[in-house]
Design a protein around this ligand. Structure first.
Ligand SMILES: NC(=O)c1ccc[n+]([C@@H]2O[C@H](COP(=O)([O-])OP(=O)(O)OC[C@H]3O[C@@H](n4cnc5c(N)ncnc54)[C@H](OP(=O)(O)O)[C@@H]3O)[C@@H](O)[C@H]2O)c1
Length: 337
C-alpha cells in the first residue's frame, strides 16, 4: 500500500492557478536520505520559473517535464525517517534545507508537500530560537548570499562563466547591494555588515526603515535616485535583481573592484568592465548542508534575521504565487504546512 500525503502538484505549466492541492504518494527514501515532515516551505524565484515552464529560456533549454511535479526547494521541518546509512541526524531532529538545487531545477525539488525526501548532506539543524516559518525562509536566499559573498564551497562547473566565482574580502570595504529588501538582498546586507563592510543599500522606499535597523550606512530609493548618479569608488556591487541595464553599476565601481550578478542573463558590459579593470562574476547557488549550518549560527544568535513578507497555508499555494507575481517582496514568502 502506498502512503499518501497532501501536496501541491502541477499537471501542466502555467500561472498560479495550475498549483493543485491534492493527494500524492509520500516520497520513498533512498540511501543517504532523510524523510522530512514539512512544517513550512519557503518560496523562491525558481519556483515560479519552473511553474511557468521556464518560458524566458530558449525553447531548446526548457524542461521536458513529466507531470505531476512538486515545486519547492526550501523546507523546515522534522526528521520523520532515515535511510539506514544516515548517522548524522536522528528521528525527531528539527532541520532545514535547500533541497536538490540545482539538480532538480527542471523537475521540482518537492518541498510543497507534507513530506519531502532530502539528501542528508543538504540538511542543517534548524537554527535554535527561530520558528519553522523563518527557518524555511532562509535556505536558498542565505546560501546564495553566502556563496556569492563569503565562500563558494564547491568545485562544480559554473553555468554562467568559465572561471570560478571567488568572493572578495569585505572588511572595511564599501559594498553596494541592489535589491536590498528582497530575499537574497536583505540577507546579503546583513552578511556584509557582519563582515565589517560599509553597506549602501538600494531598494524601494518601503525598505528604508528595515535597512536602518540593519545598520546600513547609506540608503538609496531607486525609484527617485539612480545609484550611479550619487555613488562612486565602490569596492563591490552585488546586484540581487538582474534585468535591464546592469551595466550601469560599472560606473559606481573603482578600478580593481568587482561586480557580482545574482541574475547575470542579459549583462553586456564584459568588454567595458575589462577596460575599467573590474571583475564581473556570477555563480549558481548549490545545496550545501554544512554551509547552511554555519549560517544557522548567525540566525540563531540574531546576527542575521529572516524577514517574512507574507505567509500562506500550503493549500493556498496559488495565492502565495499571486503575491510573488505582484513584486516588491520584502524578505520572504513562506507557506505553513
Ligand atoms: N544565481 C543564483 O543561484 C540565484 C539564487 C537565488 C536568486 N537568484 C536570482 O536573484 C534575483 C533575486 O532573487 P530573490 O529571491 O532575492 O527575489 P525577490 O525576493 O523577489 O527580491 C527581488 C527584490 O528586488 C527589488 N527590486 C525590483 N526591481 C528593482 C530595481 N529596479 N532596483 C532595485 N531593486 C529592485 C524588489 O523589491 P522593491 O522593488 O520593493 O525594492 C525585491 O525586493 C532573482 O532574479 C533570482 O532569480 C539567483
Amino acid at each position: 500500500m502506498i502512503d499518501v500525503m497532501k501536496a501541491v502538484r502541477l499537471h501542466a505549466f502555467g500561472g498560479p492557478d495550475v498549483l493543485v492541492y491534492e493527494d500524492a504518494p509520500r516520497p520513498e527514501l533512498k540511501a543517504g536520505e532523510a524523510l522530512v515532515r514539512v512544517e513550512a516551505a519557503g518560496l523562491n524565484p525558481p519556483d515560479w520559473y519552473l511553474r511557468d515552464g521556464y518560458r524566458a529560456l530558449p525553447p531548446e533549454w526548457r524542461p521536458n517535464a513529466s507531470f505531476p511535479l512538486i515545486l519547492g526547494t526550501d523546507v523546515s521541518g522534522v526528521v520523520a525517517a532515515l535511510a539506514p546509512d544516515v548517522a548524522a541526524f536522528s528521528i525527531g531532529d528539527e532541520v532545514h534545507a535547500m533541497v536538490r538545487f540545482p539538480d532538480a531545477v527542471m523537475t521540482g525539488s518537492g518541498a510543497y508537500a507534507e513530506y519531502v525526501s532530502v539528501p542528508a548532506s543538504q540538511l542543517a539543524p534548524k537554527p535554535v530560537g527561530i520558528d519553522h516559518i523563518h527557518a524555511a525562509g532562509a535556505p536558498m536566499s542565505i546560501l546564495t548570499a553566502w556563496q556569492f559573498l563569503i565562500e563558494l564551497g564547491h568545485d562544480e562547473p559554473n553555468p554562467f562563466q568559465s572561471y570560478r566565482h571567488e568572493p572578495v574580502p569585505l572588511e572595511g570595504k564599501t559594498v553596494l547591494i541592489n535589491g536590498a529588501g528582497g530575499g537574497v538582498g536583505h540577507l546579503a546586507v546583513q552578511l556584509a555588515k557582519w563582515q565589517g563592510a560599509r553597506v549602501i543599500a538600494v531598494a524601494s522606499a518601503r525598505n528604508a526603515a528595515l535597512m536602518r535597523d540593519f545598520g546600513v550606512d547609506q540608503f538609496i530609493d531607486y525609484k527617485t535616485t539612480a545609484a550611479e548618479d550619487v555613488v562612486q569608488d565602490v569596492d563591490l556591487v552585488l546586484d540581487a535583481v538582474g534585468g535591464a541595464n546592469m551595466e550601469r553599476f560599472l560606473r559606481v565601481l573603482k578600478p580593481g573592484s568587482a561586480l557580482f550578478l545574482v541574475n547575470p542573463l542579459g549583462f553586456t558590459g564584459h568588454e567595458e568592465a575589462e577596460k575599467l579593470g573590474i571583475t564581473v562574476s556570477s555563480t549558481q547557488v548549490r545545496s550545501h548542508g554544512a554551509q547552511l549550518a554555519q549560517a544557522a549560527c548567525l540566525l540563531a544568535d540574531g546576527t542575521v534575521r529572516v524577514v517574512i513578507d507574507s505567509r500562506f497555508p500550503l493549500a493556498k499555494a496559488s495565492s502565495a504565487h499571486d503575491r510573488a507575481a505582484n513584486g516588491n517582496i520584502q524578505g520572504k514568502i513562506v507557506m505553513a504546512v
